[in-house]
Design a protein around this ligand. Structure first.
Ligand SMILES: Nc1nc2c(ncn2[C@@H]2O[C@H](COP(=O)(O)OP(=O)(O)OP(=O)(O)O)[C@@H](O)[C@H]2O)c(=O)[nH]1
Ligand SMILES: [Mg+2]
Length: 656
């Protein structure tokens, strides 16, 4: 077990404990009939998120720096042999994802390189199994895995023209593209992308490892740089001690890893192959000194802190793990890198998951608590009325009945206004969904695509793109004002119902589209950076290239909008729900009160029974509230949050 494996397992246990606590809350809500469909759905989504939570670690470098070997050393040392092919020269020819999804069959999925001509992004094609060549992995023994995985290195020879059509740059000097052979043919990867599904302890816990081919020369697709790498939770950039930082290493660093500028969390630089310095002539101190010197020089060249560079020997680390040689493992310095990786990776992720889980369960619990407390108040009032009635005469009872009827009528008038507001609400909702919806996005995408096809100059392409981002942002901003209209209207409604009918309604939750705008800003910035480098590298096919970039941008934008839509729909349901629930609850209570006074009117002798019944009802509701507090605190405990913070509702009440 490596340090990383242990930490990862601990994280995954923590997640599953949290899942169990949330599931208990969900079952309890259903069993006691105090939840609603919307809360149930929210908790179900939360449980799915907790279960399927994935963490992606990507390995990026020029070819032969030892990416695949490092993956072997970190993740597969316990397999007794090398799993991913690693050898001199180019080995990994296409981005390769190692993962495991529950219920999958162990298999290797390969996407033919020809699919590049269709501009459809890989993530889209993942949905269509028939596009892929699928090979079952019959055994997960090292030997047969090796054999199957060797296929990620397959190539084919095609004419320069064909290669260019597939998006590969050709360069006679072999510097800024692939160099044609003596026969005029060039060697290109046979596959565009590979997915390896196999059950490995870390992969089962949601880890996804992304191995990439030497990016610079192979002609990476924009999707990798615009989507896969920015979305990875950690990116390891690998250099080799024997080559130092070459021009093409620098290009890979600048174009694919560095992102904004300063050192970012989850971005680590690895200086591999330090075993080359163990030449048997220098002593340990001299070697350490030399390593320090190289680390300093790498840090200087890349403009980062020395502490962000991790010198290792992937190969010795792998050997040490296979032979269980602790001294060699320490010397390979792999453990230090793993510590940094898990320190970077897990806490941030854990924080996000924790906040998400707490927020969701707190809201559901708060809503249920409000409902139970309203029920309790209702029972209390009835009890009060009946107690007052004891010993009173018929005419008083008749007066009570009239009073309740009056309240009911008043409430029903209030309801008319509520229905009116509901219809305004649904109009606003419709126009909100129009602006933010996927149809509007699709239209804008089509318009931009057409504008790009028509424009002959780079400037036209650029303007079309700028217009695209501008429109999307404007749509989001328009949604913001509709959202605030909805919130204001509901606030007014809540005030009215609480003043006129004594309903206890929380202030409507607010909703902001800021994070989607930020996401668009990020996308636009990355796009601009990428397209600038790409266009200076390649002189031909500007059009095709820009369009390919655009398709990826459009796909990312759609993803952002899909999330935005899901969020806003959930928000709309959530924001309307308290009022709906309480109006319903209030109606039921009025009916009950009226019935009980009516019954007493008919037979005054049942009064004592009825009082007793109500007292029991009160105790039952109080017990439910206590159970709810305990369940909510349970979620907090599972997440490692102190009880005071988790069961806020409970502790506040205790204090009052
Ligand atoms: N001495 C030494 N050699 C290493 C080390 N790590 C990798 N190598 C060797 O470097 C060569 C390239 O390693 P790979 O793991 O295939 O490199 P890669 O970055 O995956 O290369 P591509 O898949 O071609 O992009 C192989 O011959 C490895 O045996 C190391 O720590 N020390
Ligand atoms: Mg490789």
């Amino acid at each position: 077990m490596t340090n990383l494996t242990e930490q990862f397992s601990a994280y995954s246990r923590w997640r599953s404990n949290a899942g169990e606590a949330v599931a208990r809350l969900r079952t309890w809500l259903a069993r006691n009939d105090v939840g609603d469909a919307q809360s149930d759905l929210r908790l179900q989504y939360l449980l799915e998120r907790l279960q399927e939570d994935k963490l992606t670690v990507a390995f990026v470098a020029e070819f032969s720096r030892g990416k695949s070997e490092l993956i072997n050393a970190i993740f597969f040392g316990d397999h007794g042999d090398r799993i991913l092919p690693s050898s001199a020269g180019r080995t990994t020819m296409c981005p390769t994802e190692l993962q495991w999804s529950k219920g999958a069959t162990p298999e290797l999925r390969l996407l033919p390189i020809r699919t590049r001509t269709r501009q459809t992004p890989v993530s889209e094609l993942k949905r269509y199994r028939e596009e892929w060549v699928v090979e079952p992995l019959t055994s997960i023994e090292a030997a047969s895995l090796q054999q199957a995985l060797a296929r990620v290195g397959e190539t084919e020879r095609v004419s320069s023209l064909d290669a260019e059509a597939l998006g590969f740059a050709i360069d006679l000097a072999g510097e800024q593209g692939i160099k044609p052979g003596a026969d005029g043919l060039v060697e290109i990867p046979r596959w565009r992308h590979a997915v390896i599904q196999f059950p490995h302890p870390l992969l089962e816990q949601g880890l996804v490892v992304l191995d990439t081919p030497g990016l610079n020369a192979i002609g990476a697709e924009p999707e990798l740089t615009l989507s896969m790498l920015p979305n990875a939770h950690a990116v390891l950039f690998i250099l080799a001690a024997d080559t130092g930082v070459t021009q093409s290493d620098l290009a890979v660093w600048r174009n694919y890893v560095q992102g904004g500028g300063q050192r970012q969390r989850g971005r680590l630089v690895v200086l591999n192959k330090i075993d080359g310095l163990w030449d048997g002539l220098r002593d340990a101190a001299q070697i350490d000194l030399e390593i320090d010197r190289q680390v300093a020089s790498v840090a200087e060249t890349l403009g980062i802190d020395r502490g962000a560079v991790f010198p290792v020997s992937a190969q010795k680390g792998l050997v040490a793990r296979i032979q269980e040689d602790a001294a060699l493992l320490e010397r390979s310095r792999i453990p230090a890198l793993e510590r940094a990786l898990s320190d970077d990776l897990l806490p941030t992720k854990q924080e996000i998951v924790r906040d998400d889980t707490l927020a969701e369960t707190r809201e559901v619990a708060a809503k249920t608590r409000v409902l139970l407390e309203a029920r309790l108040a209702g029972l209390h009032e009835q009890l009060q009325e009946l107690t007052d009635l004891r010993g009173k005469n018929q005419s008083v009872i008749e007066y009570m009945m009239r009073k309740i009827r009056g309240e009911k009528e008043e409430f029903e008038q209030g309801l008319q206004k509520y229905y009116a507001v509901r219809s305004v609400f649904s109009n606003l909702t419709n126009s909100l969904l129009n602006h933010m919806g996927l149809d509007a996005l699709r239209d804008e995408t089509r318009r931009t695509r057409e504008a790009m096809l028509e424009s002959t100059f780079t400037r036209g392409l650029r303007e079309a793109m700028e217009g695209y981002f501008r429109t999307l942002r404007a749509n989001l901003q328009r949604s913001t004002s509709e959202i605030s209209e909805i919130t204001t209207m509901l606030e007014a409604m809540h005030r009215r119902f609480s003043v006129e009918h004594g309903l206890k309604l929380p202030a409507p939750e607010s909703f902001s589209t800021q994070r989607y705008e930020t996401e668009l800003d990020r996308l636009e910035a990355t796009f601009n950076r990428q397209i600038n480098t790409a266009l200076t590298l390649v002189t031909t096919e500007k059009h095709a290239l820009t369009q390919k970039f655009f398709e990826t941008v459009a796909m990312q934008a759609r993803r952002t909008f899909e999330v935005a839509n899901r969020d806003v729909e959930q928000w709309l349901r959530a924001v309307m729900a308290p009022l709906e629930t309480q109006v319903r609850e209030y109606q039921i209570q009025l009916k009950r009160r009226l019935e009980s006074v009516k019954r007493i009117h008919e037979a005054t002798d049942t009064l004592e029974n009825r009082v007793e019944e109500l007292k029991q009802g009160e105790a039952a509701v109080q017990a439910l509230i206590a159970e709810l507090d305990a369940l909510e605190a349970g979620v907090g405990t599972a997440l490692g949050v102190p009880a005071l913070q988790a069961g806020e509702g409970a502790s506040l009440r205790a204090a009052a």
